[in-house]
Structures are given as structure tokens and as C-alpha cells.
Design a protein around this ligand. Sequence first.
Ligand SMILES: *Cc1c(COP(=O)(O)O)cnc(C)c1O
Length: 409
Amino acid sequence: MALVNEHFLKLPNNYLFADISKKVNAFKVQHPTAGVISLGIGDVTRPLCPAVVEAIHKAADEMGTEGGFHGYGPEQGYAFLREAIVKNDFLPRGIHLDPSEIFVNDGAKSDTGNIQELVRWDNSIGVTDPIYPVYIDSNVMIGRAGVVNDGRWSNVVYMPCTAGNGFVPQLPDRRVDIIYLCYPNNPTGTVLSKDELRKWVNYALRNDTLIFFDAAYEAYIQNPDIPHSIYEIKGARKVAIEFHSYSKTAGFTGVRCGYTVVPKEVTAATLEGERISLHKLWYRRQCTKFNGASYISQRAAEATYTPEGREQVRQTIGYYMENARLMRNALTALGLRVYGGEDAPYLWVQTPDGEGSWRFFEQMLYNAHVVCTPGVGFGPSGEGYVRLTAFGDRDSCLEALDRIGRWLG
Ligand SMILES: *Cc1c(COP(=O)(O)O)cnc(C)c1O
């Protein structure tokens, strides 16, 4: 008899977005002509930019020739892409990485979920709250999160991010083995200043803590003082692993490509106190369980670094950020308290009069025919907020704002 991994049974089986779509579908059945607009989606909508499309065509043509066919590639990704990453994403910020410290993957979700395999099951973890659910759920699956009580896991330290603390998480009052940070943040759309991020790196250096830093939205940063990478902070190379993705940067959610930075200096200890390089372990892990992102995806990713590619990517991000600006202005004018949306494609809106997230979600659906995401779905501190995304097209974004205005105005 095969015994199931019972940790999976602890996972909440009502997945947030499935719950939302059930409620939206129920509404649509009753109101078939309402023309519901979603400001809840976490997926991009603009087409791939021409430089990327051209690179995909070219790579596909190559693959159809005897000389240009590519089978299995190098485990860590092709050198052309890893070199372009080092040169474009890090060197201009004064960060010196070796291409061998880059691991190209099929998107950041896999690695942000898998990275925890490198550390023992009984490490403690700390997360900002609210949070991207992958970090906790991937730890639940192997039993590291403990038991759940009232939406909180016993072996997880929650660091609340709310309007009360300006969405700046407080350092934990005890030592935590592993900390997950995501900046710019999904779901709150807020960022950390260099000084704030430095506090985390220093905490990690002092406490021998490992930081998993998710930079999936770094391309959306507009303020020149906000760090794009944790390696902009001195000492971070010793304590941090960083995740990047072309998904939100360049619309690759359906193409699939990203990368993880594992500096050679990052280590974790054995029980005997010996320090083990996580770079070595991750390399070993990837060689065993991963056969690389496709040649075509990697050529597509490379194209985002050409002058045309960079400009085109910048324009698409500008389009979304203009949506965000319009949304911020319109919602603020209606008297709502709106956070984020300045260096990230997400707006985090406080519900009026302390209403519950789900109740406000339903009111917006029934009164304005607009879908948002209830903040409590991202963690206990998300209660009393909803998330709106700027990933829609301009016209539906404006129409949604108009409807919300008629409802609340
Ligand atoms: C979208 C997103 C990712 C990227 O996922 P991919 O697998 O690269 O598509 C990673 N982290 C966060 C927080 C995200 O929202």
C-alpha cells in the first residue's frame, strides 16, 4: 500500500482563485448581461513585444535545421542568457555576479516553491503577511509549517504589513532560520527602501538566517532610490538567494522563463556545524530534477536585453503603470485609502468602515460588476483590504473605475 504524504492533506483545499471564480460565476448566471470586468487577475494581458516574437521565430527556424537544432541544453541555462543577465540586470547596479551563479528556469514559481528542499524540515520560517501563497504552501507540503490554527501555521513567524506600520515589516523578536521577502510586493504593491532592506540583510548576517528574496516585480520600480536586487545591499551575497522572472517583466507567463541567483558564498550548516555551499546543492538538485528551460524561451528572454527589446518592454510596463496611476487617482478621489501601485502593478485598497475583505469583494461585484481579490486570501493581515491589479487593458480599466465611481460616488 502506498501511503500518502499527509502534509498535503493539511493544505487548505479551497484555493483562493477558485473560490472567487465560483462567486463570480454565480453572479454571472443571475446577471448574464452585466459585463463583469476583472481587476483581480494576476496575469499580464499585453502581447509579447516584437523583439521577443522575432527571437522566438528565429530560434524556431534554427531548431528546424541540422546545424541549428538544440537538444538538452546546459543544466543552468545557456551561457548567452546567463551572461546577458549578469551584464544587464546586475552590473549596472554595481553588483558583480559570475554567470555560474545564475540558474535559468521555467519561471520563478518552480524555484520559489522548490528552494526549500535545500534546508532541513525543522527549520523555522518567517513570512511577511499578507504573502504570495507559494512560500507557505510549499513548506506545508513537506511538513515544515507545522499545524494550522485559524489560518496561521504553528512553525511560521508572521510579520504583519498593514497601513498601521506603513507596510514595513518589523524584524522578528527572535531568530528565524529562513525568511521570505518579496519586493516589490505581491499582493500589497508596496516596496522597501534601501535602508529597510539593509535591516533585513543585517538581521540575517547577525542571526545566521537565510533570505529567499523574490524580485519578480523589480522591473516595475519607478522610484530610482528603491533597490531592484537584494545584492545592492552589502553582505547580501552571504545570506540571500534571489528569484527573477520574465513573466511580469516581459509578459512571459505563457512562454516560461526566469532565473534564480545562488551566490557561491551562501551556505547552510550541518548539525556538526560544517558550512555547506547551497550553490553546490542547488546545482546537484537541478541536475537531478530539472532539464532546463527550452532553447526558444531562453532566446526569447535574451531578446529582452537588446536595445529594441528593452525599449519595448519598458513601454509595456509603462502601459500597466499608467493604468495603476489612473486607478490610484480615481480611487483616492472617491475617498478610499489606496496603497501600492507606484512601483508595482498592484493596488492594495483598504475597505471602507473596516468591512471584511470578502464582504467588500461581493459588494463591488454586485454593485459595480467589478472583480477584485479579497486581501484575507493572502494571509490574516490582509483582512480589511482588497487587491486590484493594473494588468487589464486601458478601456476596461477606465470602465471599471467609472462603475466604481457611480457606485461609491
Ligand atoms: C507572478 C509571480 C512570480 C512569477 O511566476 P512565474 O512562475 O515566473 O510565472 C513569482 N513571484 C511572485 C510573487 C509572483 O507574483
